[in-house]
Design a protein around this ligand. Sequence first.
Ligand code: DAT
Ligand code: MG
Length: 148
Amino acid sequence: MEQTFIMIKPDGVQRGLIGEIIGRFEKKGFTLKGLKFTTVDRSFAEKHYADLSAKPFFPGLVDYIISGPVVAMVWAGSKVVTTGRKIIGATNPAESAPGTIRGDYAIDIGRNVIHGSDSVENAKKEIALWFPDGVTEWQSSLHSWIYE
Ligand code: DAT
Ligand code: MG
């Protein structure tokens, strides 16, 4: 099954959105495979966002990600990378549709509550970075009620 890396950013944690966000992925039918409540240091955050290192907002982005605890997760399911991005909404909350996480809970692009991998390839890289010891393999007993 396809996997994606989802992270509730420090603002999402501080604003008490952990349960709400996990609930959206859970109720959709995706399967939780990894979960970690942690803070990361500057060099780790820079590695996670390495592709954006040339952007003018990069230093502020890294400061924000290391400013408090985050919830790092691996979710599995059919097309979970693309569907996860749809659940999250557009990068800029001003353009995120209502009903998406960013559309419902964020205003500024630099406080957009949640991260989700943008491709299967990047999901693999991000999962390897955040969960070097692997994830928890299991199959939900609901599987046959969610997939035909
Ligand atoms: P996404 O998080 O939707 O995958 P991204 O990978 O392009 O978006 O950028 C990572 C994060 O960087 C994004 O969630 C918020 C921040 N960011 C992106 N573009 C920005 C901009 N123009 N100004 C400020 N922050 C920005
Ligand atoms: Mg991205």
